[in-house]
Write a new protein. Structure first.
Lengths: 241, 241
C-alpha cells in the first residue's frame, strides 16, 4: 500500500525492558495506561518535527509479567490505530535469529514483511492461507534499510519461546530470519486497517545455535535492546529529516 | 468475582455459521460492523427483558474466511467490553471433545472456567503461569449448568485445528473437556476488565476418536451449531426469567 508522509510514528514494544532504552534516549513522557483497564502503557514525545509515541503491552494484573504474545499485541495494535492514528506503526522488539540465514546476536532487521504465523495450523483449504498470513505492509522499508545499513528479513510469529517440529517446518518454509511473538498479530490488524507497518527486530538468541533459547534470551536481552534502541532512534531521525 | 444482575448479555461467536441459527431464532437485527474497519459484525435484540447482542468475528478482508483464532477473538472481546459493556460475556461456539472424558458429538458444555491456553510455551519461570492461564470468570455457571441439565467442563484454547504432542501434553494436564480456538483469549481480556465470562461449547469432533478433526468438524458443524443455539437460547431465557 502507498505510505503517506510520516509525521507521526508509533512504536509498539512487547516488553518494558525492550522499550526503556528508547524511552530514556528520547526522554518520552509517561502518559499512563492507553486504554484502562487494559495493561498497555503509553509514552509520547518528539524527534525533531516527528511525533513519536511508544506503547508497551504492560503488566498482567494477575501474573505480574509483561503481557507478551500475539493476543495482547493484537489488542494493542487495534488500540493504537483507534486512539493514536499513526502514519506508521513500528513493531520494535527482540527475536530469535537463524545462523543458517546469516543471523547473529545483536543483529538488527528492519522489514515491511512478509509477516507470518508459524503456530496457526488450520488444515481446511480456505483457512490455510489466512492462518499463515504473509502480510507485507510497507513499500518504504527497503529504502530505509539501505540508508541505515540494516538488513531486511522475513519475520515469523508464534506464542511460544521454544520451537517444536511443527513450528520449525513452517519457519523453514517461510525462510524466516526472525522468530518473534507479536509481529504477525500486529500485521494482521494493520492489514484490516489498510495502514503501513514495519518491524525492527534485534536478535537475542540463535534458534539453530547450540544454547537453549530461554538462556540466551535472558543473557542477551539488554544487549539486544540497546542495539534495537540505537537502530530505532536512527530510523526515527531519518523519518524526521 | 461476584456476578452482577444480568440485564445485558453479549454472545461472542467465532464463525458466522455457528451464530446464524441463534440470530434467526431470536430474530436479531443486523447492526453492521461493530468497529469499522475491523471485520467483527454485530447483531442485537431482546429475550423478554434481557438485552442480547451477538458479535461474530467477521470475514477477513484479504482471505475471505471467518477470522477464527485467538487474535481476532481477543480484539473482539476488548471491543465488546469497550463499546457494549455487557453484564455477562458468553463465548459460544463449537469445539473438539474427548471420549476419555465423556465427550460425544453434539454434547454441550457450559462453564465459567478454568480457561487455559495449550499453545503458549514460555519456559521462563515467571511467564509460565501467564502463558497457560487457567482463568475462572463466573461464580454462577455451576447453578446454570444444573438448571439447564448441561455439563461443566475445562476449556483449552489454541490457534490450530489439529493437536500436536506439545498441545496434547498440556490438554491432558489441564484435563480439558473442550478444545477450541478462542475461549482463553476472551477470558484473558475479561480478566483484565474484571468482568464475568462464561463459555458454551458444542462438540463437533472427538479429538481422541478415530476420524481426522477437520473431516469431523466439517461434517458436524451444522448439527453442533443447532445444539449450541438451542442450549444458548435456553440459557438466555433462564437469565431473562
Amino acid at each position: 500500500m502507498p505510505d503517506t508522509p510520516i509525521r507521526h510514528a508509533v512504536l509498539l514494544f512487547a516488553m518494558q525492558d525492550e522499550a526503556l532504552p528508547l524511552i530514556r534516549r528520547l526522554e518520552l513522557d509517561d502518559k499512563g495506561h492507553l486504554a484502562p483497564p487494559m495493561p498497555m502503557r503509553w509514552f509520547d514525545g518528539r524527534v525533531a518535527d516527528l511525533r513519536v509515541d511508544v506503547v508497551v503491552l504492560g503488566s498482567d494484573r494477575r501474573f505480574g509479567v509483561d503481557c507478551i504474545g500475539t493476543q495482547p499485541a493484537a489488542i494493542a495494535a487495534q488500540l493504537v490505530f483507534d486512539k493514536l492514528k499513526p502514519d506508521l506503526l513500528i513493531n520494535a522488539g527482540t527475536a530469535g535469529g537463524f545462523i543458517q540465514r546469516g543471523g547473529s546476536i545483536g543483529k538488527v532487521y528492519l522489514t515491511g514483511g512478509p509477516f507470518y504465523f508459524h503456530d496457526r495450523r488450520i488444515p481446511l483449504a480456505p483457512f490455510e492461507p489466512y492462518a499463515e498470513g504473509g502480510w507485507t505492509l510497507s513499500n518504504n522499508a527497503a529504502a530505509w534499510v539501505d540508508t541505515l545499513g540494516l538488513e531486511q528479513g522475513v519475520v515469523s510469529s508464534g506464542n511460544s519461546l521454544d520451537m517444536n517440529a511443527d513450528d520449525a517446518e513452517r519457519i523453514e518454509r517461510f525462510a524466516a530470519h526472525a522468530k518473534d511473538m507479536e509481529a504477525a498479530a500486529i500485521a494482521w490488524v494493520a492489514d484490516q486497517h489498510q495502514q503501513p507497518m514495519i518491524a525492527v527486530k534485534a536478535i537475542t538468541d540463535l534458534v539453530d545455535g547450540e544454547h537453549p533459547t530461554h538462556e540466551e534470551f535472558e543473557r542477551n536481552l539488554h544487549t539486544a535492546s540497546d542495539a534495537l534502541s540505537e537502530a530505532v532512534e536512527r530510523l526515527l531521525r531519518l523519518l524526521a529529516a
